[in-house]
Design a protein around this ligand. Sequence first.
Ligand SMILES: [Zn+2]
Length: 261
Amino acid sequence: MIYILSFIIGAAIGSFLNVVIYRLPEGKSVVKNRSSCTKCRAKLKPFDLIPVLSFFLLKGKCRSCKTKISWQYPVVEIVTGLLFVFIAYYYHLSTTVIDAFAIRDAVFVCALLIIFVTDLKKFLIFDVITIPITVFALAVNLYLYSSVTDFWQLLAYLIVAMVVGAGFFYLQYFFSKGKWIGFGDVKMGLMMGAMLSWPKILAALFIAYILGAIYGLIVLALKKKKMQSQVPFGVFLSLATLITLFYGGRIVSWYLSYINL
Ligand SMILES: [Zn+2]
């Protein structure tokens, strides 16, 4: 029951994320105006706005002009739904017990999904996502962990993680004069630090580079792109942050036990 509910809530939020993803690069408000077809501007009817289902009921086409609707819409809705199910599973949620950490992670997941898609599609990571989420992550982590850890130690770890995350990308940005990575990645590093704290930020950076390397090898093997073509690094960073958010503790302790041998 909780899984079905989580999926429905996730898919509905995913539908909103699609609106944000579409409107951010256009500089439009995400709350004003009803959604409309991107081609013929026909306003969508309430029946066309059901997450996942509407796409399949409409057979992936606009009701008025029959223009194909991007697969991005149902995919983002399904992925958000599944990630919400995962959060419910991870925190053993029930319809009566909602964990504060689960809500925190739901917000993180949404932000990471938006970054993943906008960076993949437009090579852009938006400040309106990274900056408020950095502030949110810092505040929520300080609040949630202050009952188990000393406040000042907690704050120090978060600041170290943010400096490491942002500094790591800033150095690359500085030395490549913005050629390797954009300044959006620097702010993304800051956000990752606030989300993951120390030392999990290291695990995330490490995983991001492994994912990037795997992608590079696949691209080379398929000879699809030339090496100098732009790589949306925010895609790997958001994936790595997602993995570290749930399994970072295990990855770090595995690594520590490994180097102690
Ligand atoms: Zn249309």
